[in-house]
Design a protein. Structure first.
Length: 93
């Protein structure tokens, strides 16, 4: 990924506002849906070019299905590992 581009994940959609989280930094941004050039859904990964000053160019953001699938696969691997550690049975307090 170049410095002139960043990856953002659609965390959630609240009405006409899309809440995005920058991959790697955790920085969040609330963007009006109308500023994005394409329709998005929760969990989508967007490649967002940056302006010369480093600010995101939301109008040029584009979904990256390959990155979304890779993130889902990593999450499934973590879940499978955690399930493998579960001894089963009831928890006794």
């Amino acid at each position: 990924m170049s410095e002139r581009q960043s990856e953002w994940v659609v965390d959630r959609i609240e009405g006409d506002v899309v809440v995005l989280v920058e991959d790697g930094t955790g920085t969040s941004a609330d963007i009006p849906r109308s500023e994005l050039s394409s329709a998005v859904s929760e969990g989508d990964v967007l490649r967002v070019p940056n302006h010369e000053d480093g600010s995101p160019d939301w109008a040029s953001a584009s979904p990256d299905e390959e990155l979304r699938q890779a993130r889902l696969a990593r999450a499934q691997e973590v879940l499978d590992e955690l399930k493998g550690r579960d001894p089963g049975g009831d928890v006794v307090l």
